[in-house]
Design a binder for this molecule. Sequence first.
Ligand SMILES: C[S@@+](CC[C@H](N)C(=O)[O-])C[C@H]1O[C@@H](n2cnc3c(N)ncnc32)[C@H](O)[C@@H]1O
Length: 253
Amino acid sequence: MPIRKTHLERLKKEGYNPREIRAIELGTSQNTVAQVKQIRDRIREDPKLLKRFRDLSVKNREVSEDQWRKDRCFLDYNNLFKLVLDEPLYGFLVRMAQGKKKLKVLDEGAGFGLFLLDLKEMLEKEGIDTDTTAVVLKKHSLLDTYHKDGKVDHVYVGRSEFFLPDRNYDVIFSLYGGIHYTLSEFKKQILVKYASALNRGGVALIGADLIGIRTPLFEQMKIAFRKRGFEIKLFTGAIRGGLPTDILMIRRL
Ligand SMILES: C[S@@+](CC[C@H](N)C(=O)[O-])C[C@H]1O[C@@H](n2cnc3c(N)ncnc32)[C@H](O)[C@@H]1O
């Protein structure tokens, strides 16, 4: 959608860069883009933060190269997220797809893309059309093959902190992805960004260690999200099998 000249001038004055302005022109909400800009601004203004962010980038790359389970699939995501959904993941997805032409799904920190591959295959067998997006720091060859074969529809390679969603999603997953690995200073922006990229009634399911959120701060966060039109629920418990202890669910009302 073309932006009015005055709006465009204001965005430039406020420091939005051409990529961010382009995203707003293409329909990404300004609130979503504003979260990315906030992270960018903070890094630019604080050299110490920039250094920590760069160091983290190296660490993230190492983590995303080898130190994690390579075979995590639909069943593993199900075993975790059913705890916060109170129902199996498959049934939840089928219900989410009702009345929709396509179910739009994002996996933030998709690894090899095995989960998205399983999800598409299972739902398409049920006659449910899906549109899947993977966000990864590094495109593994397996994910590349799935992408080329049309088994994963879209792949964004780069830091999740700077990912600008060009569509809204019905379901967003993040299991030990960028939300887990980002600096604690950016957790708020990244959570607000992904929440803002949900369709009405859409749900984000985040499996990460969220120590900073597991405190009295959570009650404040709940109120703040509620004011913005979101309901949030946190499940913290002893979960076996190398899975994170915190599961955050965000629902757009
Ligand atoms: C530990 S693996 C988890 C993969 C998969 N979700 C699973 O549970 O098996 C981490 C994934 O998150 C991605 N990742 C980590 N930090 C990221 C960041 N800052 N931005 C984008 N992707 C990131 C890595 O590229 C990798 O795909």
